[in-house]
Design a protein. Structure first.
Length: 637
């Protein structure tokens, strides 16, 4: 028996696979089980037209057995099997796939269309070498009397010899590597580990995956203890059990599965004791075929705002898990969505762990995101309280997703945005625009720490006194959203802190200019006293009762300045707002200031500083010297 060598390119690929292609070694069991499933698929397909097969669907199975003493894990099937030539072709040349050839040969056959072939690349089998130092394959092809043994210890080559096997099928016997500091290979022989991996990756393989499971139980010995009670001994019985579910809930028709069934699946599968806010079921056929079962959570997950949260639905190909979290299937705005997507049409790379960004994947993603948006719009229209609860949980995700990737999704999310106009009432942008009085020309908004603080801004008093609503935006990103959107139904946005409110008549503007000229001495004094703390000091057209407020000029606002201050240092000076102190000429404070400027310069400087500090506090800024501010206030008593 002479040892055959892998081809040079195959030898390099095998070495690459063992050491780097697969992210997790545990993936090997999924690959071997998938190959066994393919082999059964082929024989089941043949049984449709060949009465000699003598097997029905109920006869097929995949068996897993572990021998701890020998250190071997065996996966066997009663599928189509392989001849010596097929062993040579499929296992002697990496990336040669019998499954791919089968699918190509029968691609136009209506019956074959119902037979999903998972292993379309001939590399999955070699993942066994990540955990094994020797792999033996014993296979007997259907219709053949002689079986063959393929054996290899890795890149050094392989042998093929004749052997005996009672029936058609294949056994893959993996001799586990010894444990080392980095990996406990012996764990793959433990029943709990095997069942966990089957549940995680292969739970929805269509054929039963079976294993002999030990069940200890206490039995009476027939003897008595000293106190007369019966003696018991522990007896272990072995029962062959099916350890996979086989038919996933998302593969069943709506007539078979209720929304309540879906909710129960969600709570069990995603470990949530709260019903989801919405269930989205998709069965798509056409350019790309896939099924999906998606959920909008009814509450915010504890880890949602932490770095440990992993977004994206689980991705399956014909019932085999490919990826636990496929972020490519969701827009960033919808990262809160949980669920599963299963498609036989996806192109997979050689590891099956990373998807090529191909046309099929993009089509699925586009459709899923559209369906999620439509579900949210339906909730907004039909169940406003539920949508508001959802928005409290995940509205921030919508807003940050809206400005991600340079705002490419912002228009599609416009309808979903929701803002408070008071503590208990919210409005969409469309609702606000539709509710505007005829004389109101712009959409008023302000950005601040909370709704309560925004509504108490001095600049808000004039707007609200006119009977106009104010959109309260409580996140720094809201300002960027407004800049991207620019308008709603033809109405432009107006930041009450930085923009002209547009509420002055021409006559009122002229009057303000005249009063500013009269107050020039006072304004100049305040500017000189404050120095570079402010860029401009002027009389305000926005204030009603408040003595002062802080506004800005230019593209950088106070909210933007705060946002950039929070970012990690980059070595560059963060942009700063050009600050403007606006004073209310009708207030008692301004009258006291003007009087002090004429006769008591020291008192005037204290008043100027106090008004500036008050404007800072109202704007949400911190004082450089709070103790000094308190002393100045007390000194005026």
């Amino acid at each position: 028996m002479s040892k055959k060598q892998f081809k040079a390119e195959s030898k390099r690929l095998l070495d690459l696979m063992i050491n780097s292609i697969y992210t997790h070694k545990e993936i090997f069991l999924r690959e071997i089980i998938s190959n066994a499933s393919d082999a059964i698929d082929k024989l089941a397909y043949r049984a449709l037209t060949d009465d000699q097969v003598g097997m029905g669907r109920e006869d097929f199975r995949i068996l897993i057995s572990a021998d701890k003493e020998a250190g071997t894990l065996t996966v066997s099937d009663n599928g189509i099997g392989m001849t010596a030539e097929e062993l040579e072709q499929n296992l002697g040349v990496i990336a040669k796939s019998g499954s791919m050839a089968f699918k190509a040969e029968h691609g136009g056959d209506g019956k074959a269309a119902d037979t999903d072939i998972i292993g379309q690349f001939g590399v999955g089998f070699y993942s066994a070498f990540m955990v094994s130092d020797k792999v033996t394959v014993i296979s007997r092809a259907y219709g053949e009397e002689i079986a063959h043994r393929w054996e290899s210890s890795g890149a050094d080559g392989y042998t093929i010899t004749e052997c005996e096997k009672e029936s058609a099928g294949t056994e893959v016997i993996m001799h586990m590597k010894p444990d080392d500091d980095n990996e406990r290979y012996s764990e793959y022989l433990m029943p709990w580990k095997i069942m966990r991996l089957v549940k995680k990756y292969s739970d929805y393989i269509r054929w039963p995956i079976q294993m002999d499971v030990e069940h200890p139980e206490a039995r009476e010995t027939g003897e008595k203890n000293e106190d007369g009670s019966p003696k018991y001994e522990t007896v272990t019985s072995t029962v062959r059990e099916t350890i996979n579910s086989q038919v996933p809930i998302w593969q069943r028709s709506k007539s078979e599965v209720t929304d309540e069934d879906c909710m129960n699946f969600y709570k069990e599968h995603f470990h949530d004791n709260t019903d989801p806010a919405a269930v989205i079921r998709i069965n798509a056929e056409g350019q790309v075929s896939y099924k999906a079962l998606l959920f909008i959570p009814g509450r915010q997950f504890l880890d949602y705002l932490t770095s440990s949260y992993e977004p994206g639905p689980e991705l399956y190909s014909s019932g085999v898990m490919i990826m636990e979290h496929c972020t490519d299937l969701l827009a960033e705005s919808f990262y809160f969505v949980r669920g599963v997507v299963d498609s036989p049409d996806l192109s997979l790379n050689i590891s099956r762990e990373m998807l090529q960004h191909d046309r099929q994947l993009k089509l699925i993603a586009q459709n899923i995101n559209k369906r999620v948006k439509n579900e949210l719009l339906k909730m907004l229209a039909n169940d406003r309280p539920k949508y508001e609860e959802f928005y409290n949980n995940y509205g921030r995700q919508l807003r940050y997703g809206a400005v991600a990737n340079y705002g490419q999704d912002i228009e599609s999310l416009r309808e979903l945005l929701l803002y408070n106009i008071d503590a208990d009432k919210t409005m969409t942008l469309k609702e606000y625009a539709g509710n505007m009085p005829s004389e109101q020309s712009v959409i008023y908004y302000a950005v601040g720490e909370s709704v309560a603080k925004i509504l108490r801004l001095p600049q808000a008093e004039l707007v609200r006194s006119k009977g106009y609503e104010l959109l309260c935006m409580t996140d720094e990103v809201d300002e960027y959203i407004v800049e991207q959107l620019r308008e709603q139904d033809g109405k432009k946005f107006c930041n009450i802190v930085t923009d002209d409110l547009g509420l002055q008549t021409d006559e009122e503007k002229k009057e303000l200019e005249a009063r500013e000229a009269e107050a020039k001495e006072t304004l100049d004094f305040v500017k000189e006293a404050l120095g570079d703390k402010v860029a401009v000091v002027r009389l305000s057209s926005k204030l009603v009762s408040a003595p002062a407020c802080l506004t800005t000029e230019g593209s950088v606002t106070l909210e933007m300045e705060r946002y950039f201050r929070k970012l990690p240092p980059t070595g560059m000076e963060p942009p700063k707002a050009r600050r403007v102190l606006e004073l209310n000429a009708d207030s008692h404070a301004f009258a006291a200031l003007a009087e002090a400027v004429k006769g008591d310069a020291e008192r005037a400087r204290k008043l100027a500083d106090i008004l500036h500090c008050q404007a800072l506090l109202i704007a949400g800024e911190e004082l450089d010297d709070p103790a000094g501010y308190a002393e100045e206030v007390c000194s005026l008593f």
